[in-house]
Design a protein around this ligand. Structure first.
Ligand SMILES: Nc1ncnc2c1ncn2[C@@H]1O[C@H](COP(=O)(O)OP(=O)(O)O)[C@@H](O)[C@H]1O
Ligand SMILES: [Mg+2]
Length: 368
């Protein structure tokens, strides 16, 4: 079936994927509405712009387009960094191809460009890879923790025996040994959340109750003093499948980070819950990989996550805080992983959102 010229333009305009056409002089001759939205620039403005003006001199995007033109072949690159004067820097996938003329690719002619923003699903996938890294480091830590725990019990027992056998100052010293051993034991307990995955937690949990619990714990320690906390809960949200304590821990860690950030500027934290169809997690690990329709978003208008940190925030011991341990987000990734859920974030100055995606609790579910 042959399409009329007008039809072809209508078709391109109705595509949800951003499309550009670039002429042989590196000028943009066409941009569909999805491209206008992505690049935050109107088609009319884009038409007065050259590739180098738009994407910066020597950008990967421009390189790929020129390659397609001179080699007369389609090109693709995944996760290219783009930034333009108007849009926020982002990673996208890009595909380019020489435009046909008279039924065949036109050497040295126009090039059509498809820009695909990295989708939520892909971001989540990347997140899973990061969790993989966190998990292997975590595995090491938990083995170590185990190895340390046994001798500790021995030391503590010995200290108690000594304590009952000695007098005065020496009693205090053996007390000190026992106390310090307890302190190490507590530290190990904290690290132990990383221990390898058990069965996925399966109780029905009301996320609002878990959020409120986390909120109250932090509020009582003054974490929100001077901050404006706004909640936008969807009251009709059905229960999720999970573990109450685990979810409280996740929300505690995310809320604490949001409060820390908001205190540095902006002073506002938003909690949002909602139901979103169509988010599914593809994962090789889980046989029951399913839909994750419940969303909990924790947003702050603080300074944002430094760009060079964004790839690693979920790794253990990554911190920018003088008193931080860098374990908060690693724990979040671990617990979310156990839930078969996902967490992703986007961050720029004055707007950081961590979004947790969780599975529904199904009434008919049998507890195994
Ligand atoms: N909402 C946020 N805004 C800005 N930076 C954040 C935010 N959440 C996390 N971060 C960054 O990620 C780092 C790691 O966070 P986390 O794992 O919770 O450890 P910690 O809070 O102990 O530093 C923080 O030190 C901070 O730099
Ligand atoms: Mg933290």
């Amino acid at each position: 079936m042959a399409l009329e010229k007008q039809d072809a333009e209508d078709l391109l305009n109705s595509l949800p994927t951003p499309i550009l056409v670039v002429d042989p002089n590196d000028r943009l001759t066409f941009a569909n509405p999805a491209a206008e939205a992505l690049l935050q620039t109107s088609a009319a403005q884009l038409r007065q712009t050259s590739l180098d003006e738009l994407f910066g001199f020597g950008s990967a995007v421009a390189g790929l387009i020129r390659h397609s033109r001179t080699e007369v072949m389609p090109m693709a690159e995944f996760e290219v960094h783009i930034s333009t004067p108007r849009m926020h820097p982002d990673r996208i996938s890009i595909a380019t191809a020489p435009v046909f003329k008279g039924g065949a690719p036109d050497p040295g002619g126009d090039v059509i460009v498809q820009l695909t923003p990295i989708s939520i699903a892909q971001r989540i996938d990347q997140q899973m890879r990061r969790q993989g890294a966190a998990r292997s480091a975590a595995g090491m830590v938990s083995v170590l923790a185990h190895e340390v725990r046994n001798p500790l019990a021995g030391i503590r027992g010995a200290a108690q025996i000594i304590e009952s056998a000695v007098e005065g100052d020496e009693k205090a010293l053996s007390r000190l040994i026992a106390d310090e051993v307890d302190r190490i034991g507590n530290l190990i307990e904290r690290i132990d959340v990383f221990a390898e995955v058990g069965p996925a937690p399966r109780s029905p949990v009301n996320v609002h109750e878990a959020l409120d619990r986390a909120y109250r714990v932090l509020e009582s320690s003054g974490a929100f003093a001077g901050l404006n906390v706004i909640d936008q809960y969807d009251p009709s949200l059905p229960p999720v499948r999970g573990d109450f304590e685990g979810l409280v821990q996740i929300f505690l860690n995310l809320l604490k980070n949001a409060a820390d950030a908001a205190r540095e500027g902006g002073k506002e934290v938003r909690l949002r819950t909602g139901y979103r169809q169509g988010i599914r997690l593809a994962s090789e690990r889980r046989s029951d990989a399913g839909m994750l329709p419940v969303e909990v978003a924790i947003q702050d208008n603080g300074p944002g996550i430094p760009e060079d940190l964004q790839r690693n925030v979920f790794d253990p011991f990554v911190t920018t805080k003088s008193n931080g341990h860098g374990l908060g987000l690693a724990v979040v990734a671990k617990i979310i992983g156990d839930h078969g859920g996902a967490v992703e974030f986007e961050s720029e100055p004055r707007n950081t959102i961590f979004t947790v995606h969780l599975p529904l609790y199904a009434e008919t579910e049998t507890v195994r």
